[in-house]
Design a protein around this ligand. Structure first.
Ligand code: NAD
Length: 508
């Protein structure tokens, strides 16, 4: 590919304006942002943001829809919606994949994988009647029973990141809807189109008007949602500083909030691992989605004398990765999402180098060579704590090797890290794997698995600075998040039972 770094974007007059009233955002203030194709670096659309007044209108519509029927919808109706949505998503699979590739930049195969994982999540809610089952205690006192029933919360908001434009919104949507809530989704302004199509499909699947809408924008729109008294709960996925802000502001406004944050995922490589398998796993775990996954492998913790052979095995694999526009056949790795991300990743590697980190494979030159927001796969060695590439979440295709002398040092290192999303170990020693799984303080752990995201009947979520508030995406935690219990205690005196000689007589 030739050197074609663009110096200009298309004329904004020629661009389609998306968002606004088409998705229920009734009062766009005139604030817009550009949507880019990361593979070309060109602006392709303009997005109309939703103002505080627009948020107010969405909440009013959602509350009306909820109170006038959706909260009393039957499980059968909610099930039917999810099943119909599944069909519609499959019909529009190619369109959704194209929207993801064109705004996020990931490869078509990767976007297809996102679609499949999104659908797996939808399938997992089919167990929801059990999750929404209450409980009953009979005869807690003489003639007194207590039972609990599960209720929806009301209007909830979901605020999602750029890196899974369909999967995370869909997971949140189905969990919230099957619990009987009305939802206002706020997607990332960098990848809004899949969310718009998803909302249309949810409407076509049978959601009454106002039950699922989209608010567009960035910080100002999020704050308007968090401050709004008509919204009962906020579910957020994104970076740690924003997760902390959303948690604090949302709970201050009296909302239930779960806020999933960023990550720094360590993979411990023991000397007794299967080296070829481990290197393959690390390359796919680190460079898949250009490292823009909250579960991406970012630090390989090489224990003992495995470091040199590990470094060699990973470096040998990198040239075989096909980096290019996500639509290109055989593409392994597309661009990163934005010019800002590209510049940030390059700057962090620059800083790492100044701090003594060794650049084994350098992906920075690609940023100058290709149009679009590319950074090549980058391998670093001799990373240490307190270097920028260790301390910061890079969220790009950069894998660092950090050398330690023992499993104990590796576990202590991971536990000292503020993040706690994912961690894995590659080993053939069951004892080492057991100690690792028991001791490491992260929410998702893997043994000989690079990206240990659980199947969707389990909840997905991290620990420490990777989450604020309890709960998790999908699974039982999501049902608990999106519902609340009512405990009902009843006494029904049965005067007839006295005459039938059934009255309780305490022993004397
Ligand atoms: P981000 O934090 O920049 O944005 C996430 C959402 O918050 C977007 O909808 C955005 O519009 C909004 N937002 C941005 N700045 C805001 C502010 N100041 N106030 C209020 N709202 C604001 O994250 P991103 O760049 O879109 O996504 C990447 C991040 O998401 C990474 O840190 C990644 O680790 C994290 N992530 C975490 C998980 C998880 O399960 N823990 C999953 C996916 C992504």
């Amino acid at each position: 590919m030739t050197s074609t770094v663009p110096t200009h974007t298309q004329s904004s007059e020629a661009l389609p304006l998306i968002g606004g009233s088409a998705t229920g955002s009734t009062d766009p203030t005139g604030v817009t942002s550009d949507v880019f194709d990361p593979a070309t670096g060109l602006v392709t659309k303009r997005l109309a943001h939703t103002s505080a007044e627009g948020v107010d209108a969405l909440v009013a519509a959602a509350r009306l829809a909820w109170r006038s029927g959706w909260r009393d919808s039957t499980q059968k109706q909610r099930f039917a919606l999810v099943m119909r949505l599944r069909e519609l998503l499959l019909e529009r699979r190619a369109d959704l994949i194209e929207l993801i590739v064109s705004e996020n930049g990931k490869s078509s195969a990767d976007a297809g994988g996102e679609f499949d994982r999104a659908l797996d999540g939808l399938d997992s809610v089919l167990s929801f009647p059990v999750a929404l089952q209450g409980s009953y205690s009979a005869q807690v006192a003489s003639g007194v029973d207590t039972h609990s029933v599960i209720h929806p919360l009301g209007v909830v908001t979901t605020i999602t990141p750029f890196n899974f434009p369909l999967m995370i919104p869909l997971w949140d949507a189905v969990a919230a809807l099957v619990c009987g809530n009305a939802v206002i989704h706020k997607p990332s302004p960098r990848v809004p189109s899949a969310a718009i199509l998803l909302a249309e499909l949810i409407g076509q699947a049978g959601a009454p008007e106002g039950v699922y809408t989209v608010a567009h924008g960035d910080a100002a729109t999020v704050d308007a949602l968090l401050d709004h008294p008509g919204i009962a709960a906020a579910s957020f996925v994104g970076s740690t500083p924003v997760a902390r802000h959303v948690y604090q502001r949302g709970t201050h406004a009296g909302k239930r909030v779960q806020a999933m944050g960023g990550a720094k995922n360590h993979v411990v490589v023991m000397p007794d691992c299967d080296l070829e398998f481990t290197a393959d796993s690390l390359v796919s775990g680190a460079f898949g989605s250009s490292g823009q996954r909250c579960m991406a492998v970012t630090i390989a913790v090489a224990v003992g004398d495995v470091a040199d052979s590990l470094r060699e095995a990973i470096a040998a694999r990198i040239p075989a990765l096909h980096v290019g526009p996500g639509r290109e056949p055989g593409c392994d790795m597309g661009p990163v999402v934005s010019r800002e991300s590209q510049a940030r990743i390059v700057a962090l590697v620059d800083q790492g180098e100044r701090e003594g980190v060794e650049v084994v494979v350098d992906g920075r030159p690609l940023a100058q060579q290709l149009a679009g927001f590319f950074v090549g796969p980058t391998l670093l060695d001799r990373v240490t704590p307190h270097t920028a590439v260790y301390d910061e979440e890079i969220f790009g295709p950069v894998l660092g090797i950090l050398r330690v002398d023992s499993l104990r040092s590796a576990i202590d290192l991971i536990d000292a890290n503020p993040y706690g999303n994912g961690a894995s170990i590659f080993t053939s020693d069951g004892g080492a794997a057991h100690t690792f799984s028991r001791e490491v303080e992260t929410g998702m752990l893997g043994v000989n698995v690079p990206v240990p995201v659980p199947v969707n009947s389990f909840s997905t979520g991290g620990w420490k600075a990777s989450v604020f508030g309890a709960h998790g995406l999908l699974g039982p935690e999501a049902f608990r998040f999106y519902s609340r219990q009512k405990q009902i205690t009843t006494r029904w005196p049965d005067s007839g039972s006295q005459s039938m000689g059934m009255a309780f007589k305490p022993a004397t």
